[in-house]
Design a protein around this ligand. Structure first.
Ligand SMILES: [Fe+2]
Length: 232
């Protein structure tokens, strides 16, 4: 399975996930670029879907469907573990409520498409209001191998790493992370995220100390995640 990233809008990132000559467009806002790419590489877009239904992620759906005849897969109707067939391989749906209640991620061998659930350097806002669900969703993602690549729904790397550095100025992994950052191909691994992303560092001494200084509850891992989301 291969993945191609497309930048659009101020900081949105959309994707074409493809196997041989069949692809699924995910958050396909970069309509022209996607259509150019599939034409050049003789890929047929069989399906169009989204990580969630916020308008900046769905803006390209209609045009791509109109131009290619692809089938629309409504992410609200996905179930956890559902498989999207692409040629001989499958892209797996992971239900990840938290940012919104209908948020999903997509998993293939070696990578995750994480929408606004997990960004490179931070996590999404909790519009659903359900931080417990958000915690369990992130734990599901963290259960993937550490080398798994994270392909997110926005490029918030610069501002997120600034926040990470303000919270943990002595963290040497932040500079290493920024050295690898490429705005033309925005990605990181789950291992990178666990070293720098403040909202995944619910077991780090530094973050726990920060929370305690501000009198936030640190009793359990889930509580520490919730405290991190409320504090920062
Ligand atoms: Fe969103």
């Amino acid at each position: 399975m291969q993945i191609k990233q497309f930048r659009y809008g101020a900081d949105n990132l959309g994707y074409l996930v493809f196997c041989q000559n069949t692809g699924v467009a995910v958050d396909a806002g970069a309509v022209e670029e996607i259509l150019d790419f599939v034409q050049k590489h003789r890929i047929s877009i069989s399906q169009v879907t989204n990580t969630h239904l916020h308008p900046d992620h769905t803006s390209g759906n209609e045009q791509i469907i109109k131009k290619t005849g692809a089938v629309f897969l409504d992410c609200k109707k996905f179930y956890d573990g559902q498989q999207i067939q692409l040629d001989k391989e499958v892209l797996k749906v992971i239900a990840t409520p938290g940012h919104t209640s209908d948020s999903v991620c997509f998993a293939a061998d070696g990578f995750l498409v994480t929408g606004d659930t997990l960004f490179n350097g931070t996590v999404g806002n909790c519009f659903s209001g359900d931080l417990t669900a958000f915690y369990h969703s992130l734990k599901k993602l963290l259960a993937f191998p550490r080398a798994t690549r994270v392909f997110a729904g926005h490029d918030y790397v610069a501002e997120s790493l600034e926040i990470a550095a303000a919270l943990d100025p002595d963290n040497p992994d932040i500079a290493r992370y920024l050295e690898k950052y490429d705005p033309l191909f925005v990605t990181s691994t789950l291992a990178d995220e666990q070293l720098v992303n403040p909202f995944l560092r619910f077991n780090s001494d530094v973050m726990i100390r920060k929370l305690k200084q501000r009198n936030f509850s640190c009793s359990t891992e889930k509580q520490r995640f919730i405290s991190l989301m409320e504090a920062f």
